[in-house]
Design a protein around this ligand. Structure first.
Ligand SMILES: [Ca+2]
Length: 446
């Protein structure tokens, strides 16, 4: 028998083995997202005041992203982009889904989430923590691909009584209100640990959207401040908010440590990608590491946030990347890592970061967009064009619309000195107009 015939006979078995291996070692995914954590709020991003040894360890065991951006500059939009892998406006979540005014809106079941795709491909999926993509049961994460949900659907709850800022009880198991005693951060971690232990024999995807360090500013030893039926007590009673803020981040960091330790205990570390990121920049209580602006703005401080990814043996330890990345990129990254072929009907705006993470390739240059209320920004390479939201009084007066300002982030990360370059400005304006047009027919739900 010649060697070609041998090869022909062996090939089918070889392919069979490869497939069997691929299904046996499909990686697990853990996406941990902080709420309103700024670019300078943790140790590995230069914070001298808030110790975050566990997140820092993830960074030193994996890769740190210095040019990572939340899709939105506020909560709901980023979450919509993260779970759909697309610009959030395509799902109609251009703004925040608020407790008081938008109880009948949210992420439609028709949208495809990463949980839908992973679940269809044999993954156990769960979300513990903040959903913020709709209040009514029809928008519940348990109907959007997640096998299990414990947590809250509003923008924030009392860390102890789990009452939202409009005065509604807000702690759910699937699509039912089921109160549970405990500090929000601890409950999120506890359910995460349990879920890993229950699913250690099969591939899983665990999404842990933490509440910290979003207000109300309550440390793990503070009492409840909100009661049902009474809107108010938005920020809490603490006078030393800086200390409360630190305690909240520290407690979340401990939770990250517990999750990582649970993976190690069950020998899952080398088969699990762990991502830690934030959903938007900090407000004035936190640190955006010297960047201009805050949460809710299209300046870098509103959307350039910390991100790290760890996957021992696959992501080289102690690495850093300056490749621009976005919240919507984790969905395609997980799909590629799990070797899943998406149905043609699912078209994502995000790109897989796997070549960056493994240092085996690059991501093609692309143009990135932000829209927050009436403010917009567009980024291409080092260039960023910012069109600030107009002052509210000038709503109907085009003459008072802020002029576009062009910055070169390589030289001016603080966006202090606009550059005069009409050609680049015009190019970016055209790209921005096309992008705005691409979703202009989608009713925005907030
Ligand atoms: Ca947020």
């Amino acid at each position: 028998m010649n060697r070609f015939l041998w090869l022909a006979l062996l090939l089918p078995f070889g392919i069979g083995l490869v497939n069997a291996d691929a299904s046996a070692d499909r990686p697990n995914f853990v996406i941990i997202m902080a709420d309103d954590l700024g670019y300078g709020d943790i140790g590995c991003f230069g914070n001298p005041r808030i110790p975050t040894p566990h997140i820092d360890a993830l960074a030193s065991q994996g890769m740190k992203f210095t040019d990572y951006h939340s899709n939105g500059a506020v909560c709901s939009p980023t979450r919509a982009a993260l779970v759909t892998g697309r610009y959030q406006q395509r799902a109609g979540i251009g703004g925040v889904v608020t407790a008081a005014k938008h109880r009948d809106t949210g992420l439609a079941i028709a949208e495809t989430t990463f949980a839908d795709v992973l679940s269809d491909n044999g993954y156990a999926t769960a979300i513990f923590g903040k959903w913020h993509l709709g209040y009514a049961p029809e928008f519940n994460p348990s109907r959007n691909g997640f096998d299990e949900f414990r947590g809250y659907v509003s923008g924030n709850v009392d860390f102890v009584s789990h009452i939202d800022q409009a005065g509604y009880e807000d702690w759910w198991h699937q699509d039912q209100l089921v109160p549970e005693a405990g500090y929000t951060t601890h409950l999120i971690t506890r359910h995460g640990v349990r879920f890993i232990e229950q699913n250690k024999q099969r591939p899983f995807c665990l999404y842990l959207p933490h509440e910290a360090p979003h207000y109300p500013y309550q440390g793990p030893h503070d009492p409840a401040i909100r009661v049902p039926g009474k809107p108010g007590a938005i920020q809490g009673d603490r006078k030393d908010i800086a200390n409360a803020y630190r305690e909240m981040v520290v407690e979340m960091d401990k939770g990250v440590g517990e999750i990582v330790a649970t993976l190690a205990k069950h020998n899952l570390s080398s088969n699990t990608m762990v991502v830690f990121c934030s959903d938007n920049g900090a407000n004035a209580r936190g640190s955006n590491g010297g960047l201009r602006g805050f949460k809710g703005q299209v300046w870098e401080g509103g959307h350039r946030v910390p991100a790290v990814a760890s996957w021992p043996g696959t992501i080289p330890a102690g690495t850093s990347t300056a490749v621009p990345a976005m919240s919507m990129d984790w969905f395609p990254t997980m799909v590629e890592a799990a070797k899943i072929v998406l149905p043609p009907s699912v078209e994502l705006d995000g790109v897989s970061l796997l070549p960056v993470l493994t240092q085996t390739g690059a991501v093609a240059d692309r143009t990135l967009f932000w829209q927050v209320g009436r403010g917009t920004a567009v980024r291409r390479g080092d260039w960023k064009l910012v069109i600030e939201a107009p002052p509210s009084k000038s709503k109907r007066n085009p003459a008072r619309q802020p002029a576009p300002k062009l910055y070169n982030l390589r030289d001016d990360l603080q966006e202090e000195t606009p550059v005069q370059d009409p050609a680049v400005t015009a190019e970016l304006q055209v790209a921005l107009e096309e992008w705005l047009e691409s979703w202009s027919q989608v009713p925005q739900r907030s």
